[in-house]
Design a protein around this ligand. Structure first.
Ligand code: ADP
Ligand code: MG
Ligand code: MG
Length: 251
């Protein structure tokens, strides 16, 4: 499904990703861990196509199609979802209208008819119930005045609405209480399906205890330097990144 090969990327002429390889198959959950500054958010940003991130080498394909050629909007239409680390606020635009517009753009790509306000309400209500969320989230301006936990709920809600093929979550964890972490984990676990994949970027292991990823990767200095299964989370929790950092700075 997703194939990242030898990816190199720069931010403000500084080389951040230095030859990163990753393959994600349908239905898999991949966790990306690593120390601060390793390039985790840069990877998420490159996949989402955010400006300021310049790909200088390598390739990224989604279902055989060159993802890097597509605009961020087209990536979203193709089913790539990025829950931003710092979600943007849009005063004066209700969550409902924002999400109806986003969903209809994706439906158009899929050759499906647009949902009018009535049908969208019904569809959204079902998602709210599925996730056990509060309905008033829909009527508020996008992210305006949301607490950290509400922003997380909103990220997950948006993800559930858009039914993406590939979900990329970039989590700082810091500042999130256990309840908010559980919202994220519950959302991922609820939306998990054989044809949907997740890349969960996180600095800490706590979130992963609830999600139980299939694969765990350590990103350090712009490359994936170690991969394993869920057991790697606890190995890292016990030993930290020191060994990995030392092994890669020794030379
Ligand atoms: P992580 O998410 O693993 O903590 P980041 O991808 O955020 O790491 O950052 C990797 C490196 O890229 C850091 O040295 C950071 O300072 C730099 N960086 C990231 N984004 C920008 C940006 N917009 N402008 C300048 N430097 C950036
Ligand atoms: Mg960081
Ligand atoms: Mg980050």
């Amino acid at each position: 499904m997703l194939n990242i090969t030898n990816l190199e990327a720069q931010v403000e002429e500084k080389q951040i990703l230095k030859g990163l390889n990753l393959t994600v198959n349908p239905g898999e959950i991949h966790a990306i861990m690593g120390p601060n500054g390793a390039g985790k958010s840069t990877l998420a940003s490159v996949l989402a196509g955010r400006e300021d991130y310049e790909v200088t080498a390598g390739s990224v394909s989604l279902d055989g199609e060159d993802l890097l050629e597509l605009s961020p909007e087209d990536r979203a239409r193709k089913g790539v979802f990025l829950a931003f680390q710092y979600p943007v606020e849009i005063p004066g635009v209700s969550n409902k209208l924002f999400m109806q517009t986003a969903l209809n753009a994706i439906r158009e790509e899929q050759g499906l008819p647009a949902l009018d306000m009535f049908d969208f309400d019904e569809y959204a209500q079902a998602k709210i119930e599925l996730l056990g969320m509060r309905k008033d989230l829909m009527d508020r301006s996008v992210n305006v005045g949301f607490s950290g936990g509400e922003k997380k709920r909103n990220d997950i809600f948006q993800m559930a609405l858009l039914e993406p093929k590939l979900c990329i979550l970039d989590e700082t964890d810091s500042g999130l209480d256990i309840d908010a972490l559980k919202v994220v984990a519950n959302g991922v676990n609820t939306l998990r399906s054989p044809d949907r994949s997740f890349i969960v970027v996180t600095h800490y292991q706590r979130l992963l205890d609830y999600i139980k990823p299939d694969f765990v990767h350590v990103l350090y200095n712009g490359q994936i330097v170690k991969s394993g299964g869920f057991e790697l989370v606890h190995e890292l929790e016990k030993n930290g990144y020191d060994d990995i950092v030392q092994a890669h700075t020794a030379a």
